[in-house]
Unconditional design. Structure first.
Length: 115
């Protein structure tokens, strides 16, 4: 086990992961309470992005979180949308946007909140 790992952590605590997750936590503690809960998904977009960065790193997890944030709008989908368990086959580090889900087509209709 590496020195940066803790039991139960999905990945090593690298500087990129720590910075990305700290920025999200700062948002959750400061801005989120002021603007209220606006997210159309469960888990919330900030929790989703935090977990994506923890699991896949700042580069790929950040792209996965960005795709989720861009889907969170009045014309987007809603419902239960968990983090992917693994990156898609053929994923390359230089094309992290391919790991992201850019539409809500993958969400189970029975978990939709507004339908």
């Amino acid at each position: 086990m590496c020195a940066a790992c803790r039991p139960g952590d999905p990945a090593p605590r690298t500087p990129g992961r720590l910075i990305g997750r700290a920025a999200i936590r700062l948002y959750q503690l400061t801005l989120s309470p002021l603007i209220g809960r606006q997210c159309r998904y469960a888990p919330t977009c900030s929790a989703y992005t935090d977990e994506a960065i923890a699991r896949f790193g700042l580069w790929t997890g950040g792209w996965i979180g960005l795709a989720r944030i861009l889907r969170c709008n009045p014309w987007g989908a809603d419902g239960y949308d968990p983090i992917p368990e693994a990156l898609p086959p053929g994923h390359r580090w230089w094309a992290p946007w391919r790991a992201a889900r850019w539409t809500g087509a993958h969400i189970d209709p029975s978990t939709r909140l507004g339908s």
